[in-house]
Design a protein around this ligand. Sequence first.
Ligand code: GLA
Length: 387
Amino acid sequence: MSEQNTLDLRATVLTAFQNQFGNNATFLARAPGRVNIIGEHTDYNDGFVLPAAIQQGIYIAGRARDDVQVNLHSLDFHDKASFSLDQLKDDSLPAWTRFLRGALWILTQECEDLRGLDLTIAGNVPGGGGFSSSAAVEVAMMEICSGLFGIKLTQREKALLGVQVEHKFIGVRTGVMDQMISALGEADHAVLLDCRSLETRSVPIPAGVSLLACDTMKRRELVTSEYGKRREQCEEASRILGVKALRDVTPEQLAANADKLPEIILKRATHVVNENARTLQVVDALGTGDLATVGKLINEGHTSLSKLYEVSIHELDVMADIAQHTEGVIGARMMGGGFGGAVIALVYDEAADSFAAAVKQKYDAATGLNSIIHRTKSGAGSSVEKL
Ligand code: GLA
């Protein structure tokens, strides 16, 4: 994931559109993937998260049509697909069109102005690594359609429409984190998001700190069914405790009511309640430059996800353990939904290269897999430009 690559991609998508459709694109949209510093499995509990948009993302070049025909052209899949706006739910169409069709379907429910369109799509977010490439596709689609059809949407509305794609079209009840940070990211900052009020606060990433995403190259399995189960267990905990969401419970209140919850529900709730507290503590510690506390809380977050929330797997535990014990580290933990994907490590700049080399060498030797350690940089949220 390099910056050079990102600049090239913009030009590549525009040229490919021209070649494919014999005409210039009129709008270009871009939406980034993300990393998450802390606040995992808290978003659907109305809690706090601290993600950062990355510089890599999805680019879509587009041009509106006068009919209801949709022509999609994917550079990553080396494929094309054509269908009409009333065929958006046709699952015999290629699998790579699913999130794109989902975004169009949600927009057809929301506004009457949608017509056909020609689109070329490409991205440089590593798929399946837990960098939220699908949320980036959804938000990029909201951007390009808002440009092409003059649909007035705020960044929050674009993000929430992206979440609707997951809930109503894909059938996964995700939280709001991925789409919100894709739409609202900021260069050199992480964003503290209150997933209940949707208020955001920019949190500067301290100078001298690098964000390394250590991809285990173990691809996610089970994630959809286990994700749904975790969400139901949290809802059960809230019901028993008589609160709207686990956001409303402090660690002290949970301890005082522990005997009311079945063992497994208590484990899940303990993770969420403590993770919310950890997220706010990390924000405070970043503010005062107390990186030792930041690191300790991030490492605790991993143990909690692994032992209490049980969304880690062997490879993520191995990667987190290696990263936590490699020179230059501040803290490291698994990132995203779990069951595969990447570990996020905060590392001192001057140690970043040697850290990346050492972690890769140790992890690959321990697992026989070919990990990729990405040096990410936080970047701006999504946008659309008129060409
Ligand atoms: C996935 C979901 C997010 C969030 C994370 C876990 O990335 O899309 O909404 O729940 O898992 O923190």
